[in-house]
Design a protein around this ligand. Structure first.
Ligand SMILES: Cc1cc2nc3c(=O)[nH]c(=O)nc-3n(C[C@H](O)[C@H](O)[C@H](O)COP(=O)(O)OP(=O)(O)OC[C@H]3O[C@@H](n4cnc5c(N)ncnc54)[C@H](O)[C@@H]3O)c2cc1C
Length: 449
């Protein structure tokens, strides 16, 4: 074991845990800082809870990687708030610092004035997903959210279809429960909202419910719901269009929401200080050559147009993404020995870019062109882990040939780590910690009913 090499990693999910594992396998000591109690990132708080088997498999993989004697886990430490990047990279004595912090800021919906309604009549997807994944737990108080009947979603990619499903599952579940019919989100997702209602001899109309609507700027045939190569022929485009319409129609028939394409949200509708709807501009082509506007009233508006890296104070940015010196390694400008992994460099939720940044050529794996099921998400998580691995391979020379920590520096790092772990209440047993902090699982509640 080379005790003189110490690497700091921020973010412990797919990419960060794999990077930590690769380093620890080479005998390098790693301190892995994670802002949350659990290191699972989008797997825990983004992936909808009905994918629980995939979630459990992916979380077990992270546990396997992090439960390693060369890795010190430090939960509840947020880079940019609890520790400062310049301080960590310049003064703590680490050989290198890796950022695997993912994409947690919702891409702002470009509609003037909408931000002041966040958490009221307007939700963003990241908070909504966390709420939905935990709303069966009566002790979950972080978000007091509610999805009323007739909500609208703005999006178009894989994750926005899941949000549209949530906007049907929640009101139907509540309406059935209010009628004394026990129903849960997992059953409604698995069987489909409309088939469940039919089985019960009910319908949306009989429950007094309307449909939610997903508004997307693409025509339905261009919604990114199925893979398409780099330079598609007219025939491939036509075929993809048919497949996409088919997928969209199946999702609508099964879950009851409506998708309206070629519409861009342009303005808020506000009444008595409340957001009551949005004005959409319809594409000229849809309206026979003229752009038209449509006023849409809705009790809740949810934006699901993707996430970008959260700005962390002290890091160099170029728009939404970090300014990098070297795309091969993700080395950042201005800072010494600080490297970013995966999405944070490209910031597009586009794993294809992340992977080419780390020198892989695995073809078209983009957030926006994934299957609408477990396998689509599984590919994304695996690709993120792969990007962690590739980055370490690209960086290993720099780390191995780089500065070694002195014994005094090692003692100082250990003392700081110790202090932060104590502050979080972490006693050093990784598995015990994650087992104790895993949230209440809906599938387990249902099993024990
Ligand atoms: C529903 C869903 C939606 C998605 N949407 C997008 C998208 O819009 N854009 C996109 O780029 N990718 C998106 N993805 C893809 C996803 O980010 C990748 O598939 C994969 O999860 C990325 O893994 P990661 O380890 O890089 O990041 P993440 O899973 O995001 O993990 C990052 C980890 O870093 C931690 N962290 C973040 N900030 C800090 C900090 N300041 N200090 C310490 N720790 C921190 C987080 O808590 C988290 O544990 C989505 C995935 C899902 C399931």
């Amino acid at each position: 074991m080379d005790t003189n090499q110490y690497v700091a990693i921020f973010g412990g999910a797919a990419a960060g845990s794999e990077a930590a594992f690769q380093l620890s396998e080479k005998g390098i000591n790693v301190v892995l800082f994670e802002q949350n109690a659990l290191p699972y990132g989008k797997i825990e708080n983004g992936l909808p809870k009905w994918h629980h088997k995939l979630r459990d498999r992916q979380e077990a993989l992270i546990d396997e990687r992090l439960n390693h004697s060369h890795i010190q886990f430090v939960p509840a430490v947020r880079l940019g708030k609890d520790v400062d990047i310049r301080d960590v990279s310049e003064n703590w004595g680490f050989s290198v610092v890796l950022l695997a912090t993912g994409a947690w800021k919702d891409r702002p919906l470009p509609v003037k004035g909408i931000e002041k309604f966040i958490g009221r009549e307007f939700y963003y997807q990241n908070a909504l997903s966390e709420w939905f994944n935990n709303n069966h737990d009566p002790n979950f108080k972080k978000y007091d959210y509610h999805i009323p009947d007739g909500s609208i979603v703005i999006g178009g990619g894989l994750a926005s279809i899941d949000v549209a499903k949530i906007t049907m599952i929640e009101p139907v579940r509540n309406a059935l429960n209010a009628k004394g019919i026990p129903m849960d989100a997992l059953t409604l997702e698995k069987k489909g909202v409309m088939p469940v209602l039919e089985e019960l001899g009910l319908s949306l109309e009989k429950l007094g419910l309307k449909r939610s609507t997903l508004y997307t700027r693409h025509p339905i045939e261009e919604m990114p719901l199925t893979p398409l190569g780099e330079n598609p022929t007219a025939e491939e485009l036509e075929k993809a269009g048919r497949v996409r319409r088919n997928l969209a129609e199946k999702a609508m028939a099964r879950f009851g929401f409506t998708i309206l394409g070629s519409r861009n949200a342009v303005e808020t509708i506000v009444e008595d200080g409340k957001l009551t709807g949005l004005v959409f501009a319809k594409d000229a082509e849809t309206e026979g050559g003229e752009k038209t506007f449509e006023r849409v009233l809705a009790p809740r508006i949810i934006s699901a147009i993707g996430s970008i890296p959260e700005p962390i104070p002290g890091l160099p940015y170029a728009g939404e993404t970090y300014r990098v010196k070297n795309y091969e390694t993700g080395e950042l400008e201005e800072l010494k020995n600080v490297f970013a992994l995966g999405n944070a460099v490209t910031g597009r939720g586009n794993i294809r870019h992340s992977q080419s940044h780390s020198r892989t050529a695995t073809g078209n794996i983009s957030m926006n062109f994934m299957a609408l099921d477990d396998s689509g998400y599984e590919k994304l998580f695996n690709a993120a882990a792969e990007s962690g691995k590739q980055t370490i391979q690209a960086l290993f020379g720099a780390i191995d040939g780089g500065a070694r920590c002195t014994l005094t520096e090692i003692d100082a790092i250990n003392a700081k780590v110790d202090e932060l772990q104590k502050k979080a209440g972490y006693e050093g047993d990784y598995q015990k910690w994650v087992d104790a902090h895993r949230p209440l699982r809906l599938e387990e509640m249902l099993e024990h009913k």
